[in-house]
Ligand binder design. Structure first.
Ligand code: FAD
Length: 460
């Protein structure tokens, strides 16, 4: 069988690329060894956000008395929370499979292997066979990384994939890694009553984000009972009678924390097992496939997108790369501006960022003006008792073009969209101020932060 496009991997990179490919008129097949939707739908974005939603609701109900609402004996059934999460995953996965059908895409179940002659062999599933294609797109994504800490293979040490399989709420959980995945799980389980400890090697949690955000989040999570240790080095992990212990060094002192489970959340590595047939040697860098700006690998007719290639590992970026690549294969001009990839963290309050931070502006010697509005002065935030947090807007001091925005407030992950658009199109503060923001909304904070770029915020 011969195709125009074969895509290996049906995560948000691969399945979106497949749909775009079919819509552009290419004869398309997609190979998947597990379930469509990839990490994002099955073990990542969607299940974590479902868990965030359910557990935040539980936490809010416990605080309902602050609104004069008295709910007695609030409790949860973890099994039901897992069912709710799985139901959403199944609906979304089913929806993607349906879209494959309705768009005439051949869904080849099995492990996809790229052969030296550019063909794709599918094995171990209903799609088994060897297939030819003009263009092969590798979109095999990533899996949890395990760092070389002695004892990480001990019983009770879990990756994020395994944590989703647990049928019980851990009594205590130590999380190695205070990045996005680490803090989201910390927030989820702390809401359910788990005693959570975060061990982070760098001086801040969410170290890649704006310093104000990481420092404020640390305070908020600590207030919720999460024990956070930064600048620590985990030396070894050991299974002991009372649980799993992390032995770490903090300010040169040896310390130990014992918990029922340990989550290793130290990053993700590409999922290339079984991907390359004999004699296939693509150019790689630190385990990731090297591509040029058109997603071309070192092998003719072979492209790669998503978590498999260098750069941020985010679902929306993988999808955008898939769309961009297919448009280019169809002869249309498209490109991706990596400066407008939003970064979101689904804690409470939410965190969202786009463009550059103050630290990066300083590194680049860029003269900027900063407008900042504290959400304690925002009516809607008061109504929902979510006054903690701020909106920060960075603009070029000469042109006034918005170059970066960081938000830590309710609905930040939705509100950042406006600024992706602004940074992508070089909109100035004055242009953004032409829009009127409804009252009362969290969005009013955006208007205030924009005014504050000129030191003129009204409610501060
Ligand atoms: P993947 O989603 O990993 O999909 C790759 C697919 O390829 C998989 O289905 C796999 O089974 C298949 N595959 C692999 N090898 C083969 C082969 N040889 N043959 C056939 N099939 C193969 N990102 C966000 O943007 N927002 C979030 O909120 C977010 N939350 C996350 C939470 C967690 C806990 C985790 C782990 C990740 C999260 N991410 C989030 C990251 C996001 O899931 C990934 O960036 C995204 O899924 C990458 O998409 P992808 O298509 O490159 O790969």
């Amino acid at each position: 069988m011969s195709y125009d496009v074969i895509i290996i991997g049906a995560g948000p990179g691969g399945y979106v690329a497949a749909l775009k490919s079919a819509k552009l008129g290419f004869k398309t097949a997609v190979v998947e060894k597990d379930r469509v939707g990839g990490t994002c739908l099955n073990r990542g974005c969607i299940p974590t956000k479902a868990m965030v939603h359910a557990t935040e609701l539980y936490r809010e109900m416990q605080n309902a008395k602050e609104y004069g609402i008295f709910a007695e004996n609030i409790s949860y059934d973890y099994g039901k929370i897992l069912e709710y999460k799985q139901d959403i995953i199944d609906k979304l996965v089913g929806g993607v499979e349906q879209l494959f059908k309705s768009n005439g895409i051949d869904y080849l179940k099995g492990l996809g292997t790229l052969e030296k002659d550019g063909s794709v062999t599918v094995s171990g599933g209903e799609g088994a066979g060897n297939y030819q294609a003009k263009h092969v797109i590798l979109a095999v994504g990533s899996k949890p990384a395990l760092v070389p800490i002695p004892g990480l293979d001990s019983e009770g040490v879990l990756t994020s994939d395994e944590l989703f399989q647990l049928q019980e709420v851990p009594k205590s959980l130590s999380i190695i890694g205070g990045g996005v995945i680490g803090v989201e799980f910390a927030s989820i389980f702390a809401s359910l009553g788990t005693k959570v400890t975060i061990l982070e090697a760098l001086p801040n949690i969410l170290a890649n984000m704006d310093k104000d955000i990481s420092q404020n989040l640390k305070l908020i999570l600590k207030k919720r009972g999460i024990d956070i240790h930064t600048s620590v080095k985990v030396e070894k992990v050991e299974k002991e009678t009372e649980g799993v212990s992390c032995f770490y060094t903090e300010k040169d002192e040896p310390v130990k924390v014992t918990s029922q489970y340990v989550l290793c959340a130290v990053g993700r590595v590409p999922n290339t097992q079984g991907l390359f047939g004999e004699g296939v040697e693509l150019e790689m860098e630190r385990g990731r496939v090297v591509v040029d700006e058109h997603f071309k690998t070192s092998m003719d007719g072979v492209y790669a997108i998503g978590d498999l290639i260098k750069g941020l590992q985010l679902a929306h970026l993988a999808s955008a790369q898939g769309i961009c690549l297919l448009e280019e294969l169809a002869g249309h001009k498209r490109s991706i501006d990596l400066n407008v990839v939003p970064g979101c963290v689904y804690t409470s309050p939410e965190i969202a960022s786009v463009g550059i931070t103050e630290a990066i502006a300083k590194e680049q010697g860029l003269e900027i003006n900063v407008g900042k509005f504290m959400m304690s002065g925002n009516g809607k935030s008061m109504i929902s008792k979510e006054e903690r947090g701020f909106i920060k807007i960075l603009s070029d001091s000469k042109s006034h073009a918005v170059v970066g925005v960081q938000m830590m407030c309710a609905r930040a992950t939705d509100m950042i969209g406006e600024f992706g658009n602004a940074v992508a199109n070089g909109f100035t503060v004055e242009q953004l101020l032409k829009a009127m923001r409804a009252h009362p909304t969290y969005n009013e904070g955006v208007g205030e932060a924009l005014e504050d770029v000129f030191g003129e915020a009204v409610h501060s």
